[in-house]
Design a protein around this ligand. Structure first.
Ligand code: HEC
Length: 104
């Protein structure tokens, strides 16, 4: 009798463990352009030139990638900090995306 319980328990435990390791794929890194459209266009504009509330003109920005990542993560002035809103991967991707605006 008790062995049946043990088997049941083992089954349950393995299913639970499996469920934990097989966690639903973390929200996949969104496409950088989509992230930009969703979170940045409001102030920076689709082309990066909008400059709402003193938002830096991204086409003219000379900030290197590392500082863009810092600024997007921690915010600055009226710009929202995106830590907790975007993943570090998304922040880096969208920072790289802003670098491409300069050449347009
Ligand atoms: C609420 C408006 C707002 C939103 C939304 C916003 N920004 Fe900004 N952004 C600003 C402002 C204001 C500045 C200038 C900050 C300062 O220097 O005081 C700025 C500056 C920047 C700079 C630096 C430009 C430079 O050369 O100084 C980068 C890069 C940047 N934003 C990227 C982004 C990205 C990427 C997003 C989306 C994830 C974003 N911003 C969303 C307002 C915004």
């Amino acid at each position: 009798m008790i062995w049946k319980l043990l088997v049941l328990f083992a089954l349950f435990a393995s299913v639970t463990l499996w469920a934990c390791t097989d966690k639903p794929a973390a929200p996949s890194v969104r496409d950088a352009a989509a992230v930009y459209t969703q979170y940045c266009v409001l102030c920076h504009g689709a082309d990066g030139r909008r400059g709402l509330n003193g938002a830096g003109d991204l086409t003219a920005s000379t900030l290197p990638l590392e500082q863009r990542i810092q600024q997007i993560t921690h915010g600055k002035g009226l710009m929202t900090p995106y830590a907790g809103i975007l993943t570090p991967e998304e922040i880096e991707a969208v920072a790289r995306y802003t670098l491409t605006l300069a050449s347009q």
